[in-house]
Design a protein. Structure first.
Length: 407
């Protein structure tokens, strides 16, 4: 039986969780990583296309290669990974109630917990898309990726991709592996939400992109037969047998609820050291917001893992005098949401989003009616990451509410 009474439990074996486990082990701490899937690695292990982990490894790798690299870096003497294990509850203590395929019901009382459960993709039903409910042919990005990765045949030939985010264009590569021809992309936004080059390449490949467009109807009973789109030029019907709903990610944050969750991000509220409201419980990666790259998530996991190790060495007052960091005009959300006094831990860089396109963009951090930091950006794009290094907080008074705003 694996050792299940490690000082720290990491929930989730994706990039953030594995990086946190490595940082903890490097600090001499024993770690138990619990993962509900049958193998560690997170979403990247199902994504064959390149582009994973650059910010963390400085390598341009496929998802499976990045996952293997992260796993190979772990010290097996200090890190145990328990798969097919779900965390049913997380309470003060911290106390964990788990259900393990191998060990059954478990109650653990570690000294610290790192929450790294990542994101999940909202399916068609959660997006309130009208139309019939065919038995097959309606997929999400994750379902398609897993089918291809596991060698499950995709019974389709013509696909429509709903969405224009980064992941929407990665579906074009996955669809090719599945033998699918993408005949159209559609999204409700007024521009491609990924890089402009992605849209140009798709159009050059003969794939029309319908913007400001929604799915009005899905036809078919046994399988998808056609999709009706409504856009600026009215409605039109496209014959197809597969619809792939992409993006629309939300943090997988079921272990937190109510006032512990930021309504803007859907993830747990944290301070700049990754500390949640529960003493001894940290959070990192895309459970904090949807969605950052795998490399960004891994870097967050590494910092938060090191902070959890520091906490074990010197358990200080938890979130004492922490002040709220608000999302002001022009800012959709900001992570972290609290600023606490410096305590020797490594602060996370700020990750925020603009609520509209701006060119140029001036970002301010204000407190008590005074400006404490300013950043001048050539542009800020709606729902695209704006990163602010932690030194923005260098002169901010501890315990004072603050606000990020664009003008």
């Amino acid at each position: 039986m694996k050792q299940l009474d490690a000082p720290v439990v990491v929930i989730g074996a994706g990039p953030a969780g594995l990086a946190a486990a490595k940082a903890l082990a490097d600090g001499g701490v024993g770690v138990l990583v619990v993962e509900r899937d049958e193998a560690p690695g997170g979403l990247p292990r199902f994504c064959r296309h390149p582009g994973f982990g650059w910010a963390y490894t400085r390598r341009f790798e496929s998802g499976p290669a990045f996952a293997r690299r992260m796993l190979a870096a772990l010290d097996p003497a200090r890190v145990a990974i328990e798969t097919r294990t779900s965390v049913l509850s997380l309470e003060a203590g911290p106390t964990l109630h788990l259900l393990s395929a191998e060990h059954g019901n478990l109650h653990l009382r570690p000294r610290a917990v790192v929450l790294a459960t990542g994101i999940r993709e909202r399916p068609r039903s959660a997006r309130l898309v009208p139309g019939r409910r065919p038995e097959r042919g309606v997929l999400t990005t994750g379902q398609l990726q897993q089918m291809v990765a596991r060698g499950v045949p995709v019974r389709g030939r013509r696909a429509i991709v709903v969405g224009t985010e980064h992941v929407s264009f990665s579906v074009l590569l996955t669809a090719r592996h599945a033998g699918l021809k993408v005949v159209a992309m559609a999204g409700p936004e007024d521009r491609v939400m990924s890089h402009a080059a992605a849209g140009l390449l798709a159009r050059a490949a003969g794939i029309p992109i319908h913007l400001s467009t929604t799915v009005e109807d899905i036809e078919g009973s046994v399988h998808v037969e056609a999709v009706t789109l409504r856009g600026p030029d009215g409605t039109h019907r496209i014959a197809c047998d597969t619809v792939v709903f992409t993006g629309d990610f939300v943090p997988d944050c079921t272990l937190f609820r109510g006032d512990d969750v930021d309504p803007a991000t859907g993830g747990p509220l944290v301070d700049q050291f990754g500390r949640t409201n529960l003493p001894g419980v940290f959070a990192a990666g895309n459970v904090l917001r949807a969605v950052e790259t795998s490399g960004w998530a891994a870097n967050e996991g590494a910092r938060v893992g090191a902070n959890a190790a520091a906490y074990l060495d010197a358990p200080a007052a938890w979130r004492e005098n922490a002040a709220r960091i608000a999302a002001g005009p022009g800012v959709a959300y900001v992570v972290p949401q609290f600023h606490a006094p410096a305590n020797g831990m490594a602060a996370l860089p700020v990750s925020l989003r603009a609520d509209r396109d701006m060119r140029p963009a001036r970002l301010h951090l204000d407190a008590d009616g005074a400006e404490y930091w300013r950043g001048n950006l050539p542009s800020a794009r709606r729902l695209r990451r704006v990163a602010v290094e932690a030194d923005a907080f260098a002169t901010l008074p501890a315990g004072r509410p603050a606000e990020f705003r664009f003008d």
